[in-house]
Design a protein. Structure first.
Length: 440
């Protein structure tokens, strides 16, 4: 009997405990849910991006290209006489410098000196023959007069044909003497201009014949660089053009800044476009312009080495000046023709037309206006309308107005308003707590 009552009381106690625990758990869950509903949702996290303001500016277009150093004037020295090379100048070596009129090499002149002397002797003999014929002619005239012949004597009687032959012999002798002297002068090979030896072909003691190549030389007053330009680049460069007939003075072409590398070092040079070639390359569809660099072999103040024929150089041609251009960094362009702007604290993808671009900058012709806020932070494929917090020069902005300036635009005292808002939020929180306690 006692055991039965004990079991009954135990069941009642367990039932009361289970029911009470369930009621208490339900109240706790409901109270927590009510408290969670009363709390405001946390603010959404915005992406912070760096932005710049698009401003119009005058932009100087510079066209980048490349080329190879080549001589302005190049010649091949050829022997006009034959003989053994008697001597050569110390500078008659590959890379040697020489001045205009300098003796480069000399061919043995012995035979040509003898030819000059023989020709002079023959000319002297011709003069003597002329004198003799003149004397015979005068004697023939006197004989004619002594004999009392009527009329005029014939040319043959006066020996006029013999006089003409003697005069012609003198003229021929003079021509042969001039030729002999010219051949003697040709044994001395002199420089036609100030230049440098590109390729020495012959050396001392070597026999050369008429027409034998002696050396290849080039002038050193200028060097030239052929620079290829495609059609899109030609639009932005003021090239010197020539017309037929050319009656006006040739205009000065644009300045070119060159960069010549020697090992790990680069050295600047300045030149100018002097002419435009008249034919497009059929394969590349490019037009070559020619730039000149003055005095490339004179000592330079900065100690840079002289330019070498065949040396590769990078070139930057001064192009046209664009007024009030909208210039943006090249890295701000997506998919070739799209930029991302910030409007009303939201991203806005904007297609643009690019007038000109290089590796660092792009000039926009359509799609942007002055004052637009351009996103510089990579945003990937985020769509238009994504809310962001944009920073302009390190300060937060909203519709282009810095954070510190937005407070100044609000009427009244910001500090008092903020304090009132804090007090109202605090009193509301206390009232909610009291209501919850009373309900419990």
């Amino acid at each position: 009997m006692t055991m039965r009552w004990f079991r009954l009381i135990l069941r009642i106690v367990l039932f009361v405990v289970v029911i009470g625990g369930g009621v208490w758990g339900t109240r706790t869950i409901l109270d927590q849910k009510t408290e969670a509903q009363r709390r405001p949702p946390p603010p959404a996290t915005r992406l912070t991006v760096e932005a710049i303001q698009v401003k119009p500016t005058d932009y100087q277009i510079n066209v980048n290209t490349f080329g190879t150093i080549q001589p302005r004037t190049q010649s091949t020295l050829v022997s006009q006489v034959s003989g053994n090379i008697l001597r050569i100048a110390p500078s008659f070596r590959d890379g040697g410098f020489f001045e205009k009129g300098a003796l480069l090499l000399e061919i043995d002149p012995t035979e040509y000196e003898a030819e000059v002397r023989l020709t002079e002797m023959a000319l002297t003999q011709s003069y003597l023959t002329l004198k003799e014929e003149q004397a015979r002619s005068q004697q023939a005239i006197r004989n004619w007069q002594r004999l009392g012949q009527q009329g005029f004597p014939s040319d043959l009687a006066m020996r006029r044909p013999q006089l003409e032959v003697a005069k012609s012999a003198i003229e021929a002798g003079r021509i042969r003497l001039a030729k002999a002297k010219r051949n003697l002068e040709r044994t001395r090979i002199v420089a036609p201009y100030a230049g440098r030896i590109m390729d020495q072909i012959v050396d001392i003691g070597q026999y050369v014949g008429t027409g034998t190549q002696l050396a290849k030389i080039y002038s050193i007053d200028y060097v030239e660089v052929r620079l290829p330009l495609h059609s899109a680049q030609l639009e932005y460069v003021n090239l010197p053009e020539e017309y037929r007939p050319s009656r006006t003075q040739q205009q000065n072409g644009p300045i070119v800044q060159f960069e010549a590398r020697t090992g790990q070092q680069s050295f600047p040079w300045e030149g100018r476009i002097t002419r435009t070639e008249g034919v497009f390359d059929a394969d590349s569809r490019q037009l070559h312009v020619v730039a000149q660099i003055r005095n490339p072999y004179e000592p330079q103040k900065d100690g840079k080495p002289p330019l070498k024929i065949g040396q590769f150089v990078a070139a930057e041609i001064e192009g046209r000046l664009i007024k009030d251009a909208l210039v943006i960094p090249r890295q701000a362009i997506y998919q070739g023709n799209e930029v991302v702007l910030v409007r009303d604290d939201k991203l806005h993808r904007q297609p643009v037309d690019i007038l000109w671009s290089n590796a660092e900058e792009a000039v926009i012709s359509n799609g942007l206006t002055a004052g637009d806020l351009l996103t510089m932070t990579p945003v990937g494929s985020l769509p238009s309308g994504t809310e962001v917090n944009a920073l302009l020069e390190g300060r937060s902005i909203q519709e282009g107005v810095p954070e510190q300036n937005r407070r100044r635009e609000r009427p009244g005292k910001p500090e008092a308003a903020d304090a009132a808002n804090n007090d109202s939020r605090g009193s509301a929180s206390r009232q909610n707590v009291e209501k919850v306690a009373a309900s419990r």
